[in-house]
Design a protein around this ligand. Structure first.
Ligand code: SF4
Length: 96
């Protein structure tokens, strides 16, 4: 279960929101960064510009099952496997 942390946001004279330093650092929000936000009707949702929450890597399209609804049935490509070099490059590009 996710734990949510409440925190205050200051609003300056021009209506700009000022996030606490801890939050800015945690999400890699730097000055002059444009971040995405949405009006949820009962609040604002602000998403981080740089923090990757999840990454799904499909290292192979090979499968020993044969589901009728499989997306692979609509592909022309042969099943394949990602090379170790590409996989390692993806992992090394993550900011862990
Ligand atoms: S949907 Fe496709 S990839 Fe998934 S288990 Fe079935 S055959 Fe395999």
């Amino acid at each position: 279960m996710e734990q949510y942390q409440d925190f205050g946001i200051e609003v300056d004279e021009e209506g700009r929101l000022i996030l606490p330093r801890e939050i800015r650092e945690r999400y890699g929000i730097r000055p002059n960064t444009r971040i995405r936000s949405s009006d949820m009707g009962n609040g604002l949702f602000v998403s981080s510009p740089t923090r990757l929450a999840k990454l799904y890597v499909e290292p192979t399209s090979r499968c020993n099952l044969a589901c009728r609804t499989c997306i692979r049935n609509s592909w022309d490509e042969q099943p394949g496997t990602m090379s170790d070099k590409i996989f390692d490059r993806i992992v090394s590009g993550l900011c862990l």
